[in-house]
Design a protein around this ligand. Structure first.
Ligand code: OOG
Ligand code: MG
Length: 262
């Protein structure tokens, strides 16, 4: 860990202030090129602590950059994980306050809710399906704190993987009643289809994303607790939205999620 604790805490504060004050910053590796993976997650965890200390509730975990479309769009090559807190939650069919965000983009994601804990190493798709209570559809609204969404992997990990808002809706279904690889997903903006995908866009099977999360956490001596809501990563590239836009994501067999930006 090349960065000391004081620098980690200062960068967490800088990134969280950028989020809360809606003012973008340059990617932090410009100033600290020596920063490593451990530093990046240490900054993310320091942001998480700032929010929890202020009374926010941890409501889930997310994987990012798990589909080829996202990897290609962002030019970065490896899946990453972040946290979800109560401040990010918005209601299905409701409004997303555009003024609170810098340059939001939407992405459709398949989400899992676990009935039992999952730990790595060696966690696989079968373990995930056995531990899953139900599947629900989600839309994540990402909003990088970095100018023009320009970052490298370590900078985006520190920035909690651009997390900003998310919406779940549709109806919960048991994983054994679904064909998760072939599940069709249609993303619409202002009534027009802007992207389509299948569940297999995420690491070949969305449950593989949850398994990867358990394995990544395992390396840190952590696990995914029972009851956790996990978003598996955007199935298509992320699409920019403007004030006034409405967005609907339709998921085969599990319903739709919609929101408007006001
Ligand atoms: C990083 C966040 C990635 C996803 O679903 O892939 C992510 C970004 O693209 O800004 O949430
Ligand atoms: Mg996402």
């Amino acid at each position: 860990m090349p960065l000391n604790q004081k620098t980690i805490l200062a960068l967490a504060e800088r990134l969280e202030n950028a989020e809360l004050q809606r003012s973008d910053i340059v990617k932090i590796t410009d100033e600290f090129p020596e920063m490593d993976w451990e530093d990046a997650y240490a900054i993310q965890y320091a942001i998480r602590k700032r929010k929890l200390d202020r009374g926010s509730k941890l409501v889930g975990l997310k994987m990012g950059l798990t589909s080829f479309a996202k990897i290609k769009q962002m030019g970065v090559e490896e899946p990453i994980f972040g946290f979800l807190v109560s401040d990010y939650v918005r209601q299905d069919g409701g409004a997303i306050e555009f003024d609170q965000l810098i340059h939001p983009k939407v992405e459709a994601e398949i989400a899992f809710v676990l009935k039992s804990a999952l730990s790595g190493p060696g966690c696989h798709v079968g373990d995930v399906l056995a531990a899953t209570d139900f599947i629900v559809p989600a839309v994540e609204i990402i909003d990088s704190r970095y100018r023009d969404f320009k970052f490298d992997l370590k900078s985006v990990v520190a920035d909690n993987c651009s997390s900003a808002r998310f919406v779940t809706g549709g109806h919960a279904r048991k994983p054994q009643d679904l064909d998760l690889r072939n599940m069709g997903i249609v993303l619409e903006k202002n009534g027009e289809v802007i992207a389509t995908a299948a569940g297999a866009a995420v690491l070949g099977h969305p449950a593989a994303s949850v398994a990867m999360l358990a394995n990544m956490l395992g390396k840190r001596g952590e696990y995914i607790p029972a009851g956790t809501f996990v978003m598996t990563g955007g199935v298509t590239e992320a699409y920019a939205v403007a004030r006034g836009d409405s967005v609907t994501a339709r998921f085969q067999d599990i319903g739709s999620v919609s929101m408007r930006f006001t």
